[in-house]
Write a protein that binds this ligand. Structure first.
Ligand code: KG4
Ligand code: ZN
Length: 351
């Protein structure tokens, strides 16, 4: 069976195709991505209307390219999966409308799925079936810790950011340091030449009375801004690599400490990382080190599958199809604030 997945929740138009063999994890056949990131760069953030228009132009060619890359015909597709939320409403609507049209025209089931669960499911394409785990999902729009007993749900939210998402903090700090948008990959790169101990930036929500599994990055972002302003006032050049490395260390220190603690407290021996920020080289290295010390297995997809893509949606769709989940109705809505507990829209999955 073959599942086609469509992702349009933010600025990437992603179309992925996976093949599902009975009893095995799905295999990746195609993963086409058209990004509108360059159109947003001058605004320093994603402009929803610009993203929606770019999705509209990119979606049909991306589906054609994915079918060609996979070497299949529309008649070979057994189901269509699509991100139904969370994300930007106008952007989601393009993918949901396209997925409905393809599902109706090809007469196959439609699965409207949760973007966060898709970030978890994508790991099965590289590392096979996923055991019960704690997932740390960190991207431009979300930072969450989840207890995931099974990909098809239900999941238990353990904590989330109370202000900025981790990727948002990377993007805002990059801007302060004069680095291009989106800033995460640039901070990752310049930080390699910096000293992570150069500036002792605050670790948000790590006091004894703070929520153990929630995150806060806005205080850190302000601390970086104050530090940079003070240097500029004094006429001292900003040591960009040192500030980037110290900021990055503050983020990944908190993320990994809380994630490992969550896995321990939930009695899970697997920690999964997902979302765009999981592409960060320092996050991957520190999480690996701390998991090894705690006797926990770390799983993280390759960086190209951590950022938004269609393969992750197809992977989750394949898992739902394999579990005989009821498809979503054709009047499936796009839900910009879809709760993390709702994995398949329209048909709550009972275990
Ligand atoms: O998952 P994603 O592609 O889109 C959302 O769902 O938001 O994540 C994008 C975010 C951006 O904030 C970007 O700066 C960040 O992921 N990001 C990184 C890295 N690569 C992407 N952050 C830190 N280090 C990276 N290497
Ligand atoms: Zn994402």
């Amino acid at each position: 069976m073959i599942v086609l997945g469509i992702e349009t929740s933010c600025d990437e138009t992603g179309v992925g195709i996976v093949r599902l063999e009975p009893g095995a994890a799905p295999t990746l056949l195609a993963n086409e991505i058209a990004s509108s990131v360059e159109q947003h760069a001058r605004f320093g953030g994603v402009v929803p209307e610009v993203a929606s228009r770019a999705h509209l132009q990119a979606i049909v060619p991306a589906v054609h390219r994915a079918l060609t890359t996979a070497g299949i015909r529309p008649a070979d597709v057994s189901a269509v999966a699509v991100t139904a939320g969370p994300g930007l409403t106008g952007a989601l609507l393009v993918g949901v409308a396209a997925a409905k049209a393809y599902a109706a025209a090809w007469e196959v089931p439609l699965y409207g799925v949760n973007h966060l669960s898709a970030h978890v499911a994508v790991d099965t394409l590289e590392h096979g079936p996923l055991p019960p785990c704690v997932a740390l999902l960190v991207s431009g729009g979300h930072s969450s810790l989840l207890d995931v007993p099974d990909l098809a749900g239900p999941v238990t939210p353990l904590g989330a950011t109370i202000d900025d998402a981790a990727g948002e903090a990377f993007d805002k700090v990059a801007r302060l340091l004069g680095l291009p948008f989106p800033g995460g990959p640039h901070i990752d790169r310049v930080a390699r030449a910096g000293d992570p101990g150069a500036v002792a930036f605050p670790r948000g929500l790590t006091g004894p009375r703070d929520a153990a599994f929630d995150f806060s990055f806005s205080g850190l972002k302000t601390a970086v801004a104050r530090h940079v302003e003070a240097l500029q006032r004094a006429g001292t050049p900003v040591p960009v690599p040192d500030v980037a490395a110290s900021f990055q260390e503050a983020v990944v220190d908190v993320l990994t400490a809380k994630a490992v603690r969550a896995a321990r407290e939930r009695g899970m021996d697997t920690l999964l990382l997902g979302g765009g920020v999981a592409a960060n080289s320092r996050l991957r290295a520190l999480a690996q080190q701390r998991c090894a010390t705690a006797g926990i297995t770390m799983r993280v997809p390759r960086p190209g599958l951590c950022t938004d893509n269609g393969a992750m949606v197809a992977a989750l769709g394949a898992h739902l199809l394999a579990g005989n989940a009821q498809p979503s109705p054709l009047d499936l809505p796009a839900d910009s604030s879809l709760p993390v507990t709702e994995i398949l829209v329209g048909q709550p999955v009972t275990r």
